[in-house]
Design a protein around this ligand. Structure first.
Ligand SMILES: Cc1cc2nc3c(=O)[nH]c(=O)nc-3n(C[C@H](O)[C@H](O)[C@H](O)COP(=O)(O)OP(=O)(O)OC[C@H]3O[C@@H](n4cnc5c(N)ncnc54)[C@H](O)[C@@H]3O)c2cc1C
Length: 89
C-alpha cells in the first residue's frame, strides 16, 4: 500500500506538470489513497507496539495523529471521493 500510494502520487505529480485533462481525478485519487494508506499503516504500527505505541513517550502515536489529519485537510477524503465520482475517466 505504501508503494502503491507513492506511485499514485508520482503519477498525479506528472499529470500536474504536463497539465493533463484527467489531473483532477488522479489528484483526488492520490490524495485519498495515500492518506488512507498512511492512516492504516500508522495505526498498525501503534498496534504492533501495544501500549508503548499509544503513549506519547514514543514517536508512533504522533505519526498516527499526523496521518489522521491528512484524511481531513486539503479536502476531506469524503469530498475527494465526490470529486473523483464527478470526474470518472
Ligand atoms: C489542521 C487543519 C489545517 C487546515 N488547513 C487549511 C488550509 O491551509 N487551507 C484551507 O483552505 N483549508 C484548511 N483546512 C480545512 C480542511 O482542508 C477541510 O476542508 C476542513 O477541515 C473540512 O471542513 P470541516 O472540518 O468543517 O468539516 P465538515 O465540512 O463539517 O465535515 C465533517 C465531516 O463530514 C464529511 N462531509 C462533509 N460534506 C460531505 C458530503 N457532501 N458527503 C460526505 N461527507 C461529507 C466530511 O468529510 C467530514 O468527515 C484545514 C483543516 C485543519 C483541521
Amino acid at each position: 500500500k505504501l508503494e502503491a500510494a507513492r506511485q499514485m502520487t508520482y503519477v498525479a505529480a506528472a499529470k500536474s506538470q504536463r497539465g493533463d485533462a484527467d489531473l483532477t481525478f488522479f489528484g483526488a485519487a492520490a490524495k485519498c489513497y495515500a492518506s488512507d494508506a498512511a492512516m492504516e499503516i500508522a495505526t498498525d504500527a501503534v498496534q504492533l507496539l501495544g501500549g508503548y505505541g499509544y503513549t506519547r513517550d514514543y514517536p508512533v502515536e504522533r505519526m498516527m495523529r499526523d496521518a489522521k489529519i491528512t484524511q481531513i485537510y486539503e479536502g476531506t477524503n469524503q469530498v475527494q471521493r465526490i470529486v473523483m465520482a464527478r470526474n470518472l475517466p
